[in-house]
Design a protein around this ligand. Structure first.
Ligand code: SF4
Length: 209
């Protein structure tokens, strides 16, 4: 979220919408065609006052069936990665850019991202995390308003307004790719260092704004 300082102030003053109210708005949403194919919306799950907000891409088949992000193999792997950073799943909040499953798990379309991301913006304002961990290209490009890909940005500390942003590869992309797996695990270790550093910065992570 590319916020200027005046926007940041506005965001701080913005009356936060309670998560339950946002969840109900998402459940009723029919603002893009993805509503036609969903079993249910996938709002997000976790600590409503989390220090770390994890943002993935979109629900897959299992998520659509269960109504929760990151279940199945990718979810199990995410739990292992969070543990590397010293985090438990119920300590963080996990959400996606899109709240409904794209058919056959295809990539999100720009118009779907445009229609759905006001919900993610409001979730972020309400949770007010210190860190946003973006998983994969779609979450990273949306939060940082950048065209730079995840291959270049992963493992580097970035900023979006008052939020520290830490891009990491999507766990699903690394499940069967040993090189990405190693990078993911290193990045979650760096995230753990950032979280325990007094000022939230680790020597191993580079920073840009
Ligand atoms: S993907 Fe988002 S914008 Fe589209 S119908 Fe679902 S909740 Fe609404």
């Amino acid at each position: 979220m590319d916020m200027t300082s005046s926007q940041t102030n506005a965001a701080r003053q913005h009356p936060h919408i309670p998560l339950d109210e946002l969840r109900a708005q998402v459940a009723a949403c029919r603002q893009c065609p993805l509503c036609e194919g969903r079993t249910q919306t996938v709002f997000g799950v976790g600590n409503p006052e989390a220090r770390v907000l994890i943002v993935g891409e979109a629900p897959g088949k299992n998520e659509d069936l269960q109504g929760e992000p990151f279940v199945g193999a990718a979810g199990k792997y995410l739990n292992e990665l969070l543990a590397i950073a010293g985090l438990a799943r119920d300590e963080v909040f996990i959400a996606n850019v899109l709240k409904c499953r794209p058919p056959s798990n295809r990539d999100p379309r720009p118009e779907e991202i445009q229609a759905c991301t006001p919900f993610l913006r409001e979730q972020t304002r309400t949770i007010d995390p210190e860190f946003i961990v973006t998983l994969g290209n779609f979450a990273t490009k949306f939060i940082l308003k950048t065209d730079v890909g995840i291959t270049r940005l992963h493992g580097t500390l970035q900023r979006a307004g008052r939020f520290k942003v830490f891009p990491i590869f999507h766990p699903a992309a690394a499940l069967y790719d040993g090189k990405k797996r190693e990078a993911l695990e290193n990045d979650f270790a760096t995230l753990g260092e950032l979280l325990s550093a007094p000022d939230g910065r680790a020597a191993t992570a580079s920073s840009s704004s």
